[in-house]
Write a protein that binds this ligand. Sequence first.
Ligand code: GAR
Length: 189
Amino acid sequence: MKKLVILVSGSGTNLQRIIDSTASGEIPDAEISLVVADRECYGLQRAEDHGIKNQLIRRGKGFSAALETLMPEDTSLIVLAGFLSILSTGFCEKYHGRIINIHPALLPKFGGKGMWGMNVHQAVIDAGEKESGATVHFVTAEIDEGEIILQGKVAVEENDTPETLAAKVHQAEYDIFPKAIAKVLRNQS
Ligand code: GAR
């Protein structure tokens, strides 16, 4: 069994998708060994409800160092599933090729510092984009710049608001995230 560590900051619907797809075998031969949140959030509760070990490490300077001390030795992949802190350069280098992130836009557009959650969807609408989507990519020390693993597209309609666009992008995320995780794990073995 490959072991996953999932990092969350929010409601954790993507975490739920990962929990469900490890259980169903959509992500084969994998299980979540630890969920870590950088703030109080519903994602932690989801882990608790499924009997998954979970831990709050408050965001801030010492986050990456504290996470490193908690990391199970046998971790195959660290998955950022709606995680809003920036991991230290040292942490990204130590786990190079074993950290992935989901981003709610079609990178390399609409990435980088400040581009998270609703900010992203507002920026996409303001720019008059005709399509948006979700990207799963490897994490490097440069924010949102690592190699892209999978993308899913959605149409941006004239009457879309950040909220309606977010809902569509979430659906694209639920589609590509398990596939991307399975793909990375497959390529490891
Ligand atoms: C997702 O849309 C994810 O792409 C985004 O946060 C949301 C979390 O939703 N991540 C980022 O903005 C990271 N830069 P969830 O908590 O329901 O999974």
